[in-house]
Design a protein around this ligand. Structure first.
Ligand SMILES: NC(=O)c1ccc[n+]([C@@H]2O[C@H](COP(=O)([O-])OP(=O)(O)OC[C@H]3O[C@@H](n4cnc5c(N)ncnc54)[C@H](O)[C@@H]3O)[C@@H](O)[C@H]2O)c1
Length: 458
């Protein structure tokens, strides 16, 4: 067959069918009898709905009604009137492929909407941009989320964002006309909202959290509610519906301190509630993993660079902003190591994890960054100072941040071939340009800092 549309024997179990369709990155499969005769089709959403309405994952797919599923024969595919009618039905139903059956009703070929259009000079077919898997991005309005949402839309995904907009709505406002973006305003801790947001999704990316040591310190209860309990509830609800792909945003802060180059097996020494909350949910979510639920934990280095939801409480962004506003860079401590990563690069890793074979990335932990971007804070200041024309650096050797670690990112590079594209110098230049141009007018506004929660100033 020309297209790799999954084709299932009718005795295939519901859970196996979901996994097969997911692995093929389709939204449906053709179902045939043991003799290969075409019976109809099932969508992955139909199957997940069966699971939450009480069906057992081990039951065969044909224990429930199949979708009728249009088909063509060798003769009917040559009929332009029929082709036109089928194309309009396919477009309406979001179907891209049709089976062509032989005299015995067995699938002999598969035609796409574009094939039909070409064959009969009709069209243009409008559903030609892929099956458009739907990803739920929880926290999609945040610093990383607003970059990731744009990247996923650009890669042909349909995106549903669930966000309570702690830091305002501005980051997603320019996307108001995006037909593949759906925005749900709500709190992850609200169970009906959370469960509802999972409807018909193929993958989940969990970014929402109380983020950073200072923010968690100020809001310990909310940190436990959001970072641990709501994360657990979301993973559990996803698993029940066999949404197998679940990317969990964790942090290299879980390592806390360490002298060697730390890989994913290294011992964890959290030095804050924030890091402990992330370890707790990593353990819970990974513990739920198995054959049909394959979470991926992404431990990111400290991010940097411009984002539609800007943060000035991250080391590179702070130093770049201070260079422009104060004409100097203040360094506290300086000898401590920290792995850094551009926010666009981080979003690229998430996109690749969603596109990768789930067997390669599921049920695993990855450090997310690159070996070449482990820096001492002193070095970071030097790079930014140099990039911005020699801004003076003031050093205060007292250091309130106990984190000090270097991380190995070899596993990520080996598995996904990831190499960073962003640099600290490039990001510093871009941040200063956005301040100089007035795109960001007042970087002192509380909205740019996670340890303030007042979004009323913008
Ligand atoms: N930024 C970094 O340097 C960094 C580094 C390592 C890991 N991470 C992790 O990446 C993720 C994203 O970080 P970020 O920098 O984009 O943070 P952010 O604070 O900018 O974004 C978090 C988003 O989640 C939303 N949110 C928070 N609580 C919510 C709730 N209960 N319900 C719905 N939405 C809620 C917020 O409104 C916000 O839009 C976090 O999980 C963080 O721990 C970030």
């Amino acid at each position: 067959m020309k297209y790799p549309v999954p084709c299932l024997d009718r005795r295939t179990s519901i859970q196996e069918a979901i996994r097969t369709i997911e692995r093929a990155s389709f939204d449906r499969a053709f179902v045939v009898d043991p003799g290969g005769v075409y019976l109809g089709c099932v969508t992955i959403s139909d199957l997940r709905r069966l699971l939450i309405s009480g069906a057992h994952g081990g039951e065969p797919v044909d224990g429930y009604p199949l979708r009728h599923g249009q088909k063509l024969t060798a003769e009917s595919r040559e009929d332009p009137k029929l082709a036109e009618r089928m194309m309009s039905d396919m477009e309406l139903e979001g179907v891209r492929y049709l089976p062509v059956v032989d005299d015995g009703g067995r699938i002999a070929d598969v035609l796409s909407l574009e094939d039909l259009e070409r064959r009969h000079g009709l069209g243009p077919a409008s559903a030609g941009d892929g099956p458009g898997r739907r990803v739920l991005v929880v926290g999609g309005a945040g610093y990383l989320g607003s970059v990731l949402t744009r990247k996923l839309l650009g890669r042909g995904f349909r995106v549903r964002v669930l966000d309570s907009f702690i830091y305002g709505r501005r980051s997603l406002e320019p996307l108001a006309d995006e037909k593949n973006l759906e925005i749900v305003e709500g709190d992850l801790r609200h169970i009906p909202t959370m469960v509802g947001s999972l409807a018909d999704v193929d993958a989940v990316v969990l970014l929402a959290a109380i983020v950073g040591d200072p923010a968690s310190k100020i809001r310990p209860i909310e940190t436990i509610e959001t970072n641990v309990l709501a994360a657990q509830a979301l993973a559990s609800a996803a698993r029940l519906q066999q949404v197998g792909r679940f990317l969990y945003a964790s942090t290299c802060s879980v390592y806390g301190v360490g002298s060697a180059l730390l890989d994913e097996e290294a011992p964890l020494h959290p030095v804050s509630l924030y890091a402990r909350s992330k370890i707790e949910s990593e353990n819970i979510i990974l513990g739920m993993g198995g054959e049909y639920f394959s979470p991926t934990v992404l431990r990111m280095g400290t991010l940097y660079g411009p984002s539609p939801r800007m943060r000035f409480d991250l080391v590179v962004n702070t130093m770049s902003m201070k260079s422009f506003v104060d004409g100097r860079i203040q360094v506290f401590g300086g000898s401590q190591w920290r792995p850094l990563l551009g926010v666009e690069d981080a979003a690229e890793v998430y996109a690749r994890c969603l596109e990768a074979d789930i067997g390669k990335v599921g049920n695993q932990v990855f450090n997310v960054g690159s070996d070449g971007q482990n820096y001492r804070i002193d070095e970071v200041a030097g790079i930014i100072s140099g990039a911005l024309g020699g801004i003076p650096i003031h050093r205060d050797r007292s250091n309130l941040d106990a984190r000090d670690y270097r991380v190995s990112f070899a596993k990520l590079e080996e598995t996904l071939g990831f190499r960073p594209g962003q640099t600290i110098a490039g990001a510093a230049g871009a941040i200063v340009s956005s301040l100089r141009s007035g795109a960001i007018r007042n970087p002192a506004q509380r909205i740019y800092y996670n340890h303030f929660f007042d979004s009323t100033e913008e």
